[in-house]
Design a protein around this ligand. Structure first.
Ligand SMILES: [Zn+2]
Length: 265
């Protein structure tokens, strides 16, 4: 029976080789996109998985800066893809879904303090409701350098709607923001990360240039711009260590060429 020992030994050895390879191969070149929601100390309705406290968020921003990351916008990414601008060595796009009011009161000053950029994806039928951004706040944010995108009109997972309704959600949310004096909206975020293979084409027809999913990983110019991958950053139970592990996981998945379609229920 002692061949079991050798098999286990060989497996342990293979695992160690694999882990060292993961840790030692250089980080893949690519654009990291982070996915946030609330930046707040308050717990949300689901007991805070979508709230990152400001102190934790500050530590994450400072860590990114120490590691040599530079924030860019979706527009920077697309301009660089067309050869119209250079990307920094380690680009990161900070994205915020749903359009909560704390993105104006808490997040914006924190980004401004550090000279960082961010992209906020708005559910247009929530604009002006309690706890959500108002039109004036959105206009002010855009003037102060925040990029705005659409997260649909009603935040229904698009895969639960028929094609006609899906197209409406994409189109109306964009037009409503532009009619209300905001600059052209050309980036989109799928509610709950739910998409299917027909949606990239529909977004292109509705004059979007990029869209973000909830699938973890890094992006290159070869990534379908309507299926950009994001690293989700929920409430960090284990502080900055958890943040570092989440970044590491995205890098590792990219190195291994694994893409998981993640849909939040
Ligand atoms: Zn959302």
């Amino acid at each position: 029976m002692h061949y079991v020992k050798y098999v286990l030994g060989a497996l342990c050895f293979a695992l160690m080789v694999f882990l060292s390879w993961l840790a030692l191969t250089p980080a893949p070149q690519g654009v990291l996109v982070l996915e946030y929601h609330h930046i707040s100390d308050e717990t949300d309705s689901e007991g805070q998985p979508y709230s990152v406290p400001p102190a934790e968020f500050a530590a994450q921003l400072d860590y990114l800066q120490q590691q040599g990351y530079t924030t860019i916008s979706m527009q920077d990414f697309m301009r660089a893809k067309k050869g119209k601008q250079e990307l920094p060595a380690k680009p990161v796009i900070l994205t915020f879904d749903d359009g909560y009011e704390d993105n104006y009161t808490v997040l914006l000053p924190m980004l401004e303090e550090r000279g960082m950029k961010g992209t906020v994806y708005m559910v247009t039928n929530s604009i002006g409701r309690k706890g959500y951004l108002s039109w004036n706040q959105l206009r002010d944010m855009q003037n102060r350098g925040i990029e705005l995108g659409s997260h649909t009109a009603n935040h229904q997972p698009l895969t639960t709607l028929d094609r006609e309704k899906q197209a409406e959600e994409m189109k109306l949310s964009k037009l409503l923001m532009e009619w209300n004096g905001l600059k052209t909206i050309f980036t989109f975020s799928y509610p709950n990360g739910a998409y299917d293979e027909g949606m990239p084409q529909m977004l292109a027809e509705n004059e979007y240039l990029t869209a973000v999913t909830g699938d973890g990983g890094l992006n290159t110019f070869k990534t379908n711009p309507y299926l950009l991958q994001r690293t989700n950053i929920p409430y960090p139970r284990f502080g900055l260590t958890e943040f570092k592990l989440r970044l590491f996981k995205s890098e590792a998945m990219t190195k291994l060429g694994i893409r998981q379609h993640i849909v939040n229920e």
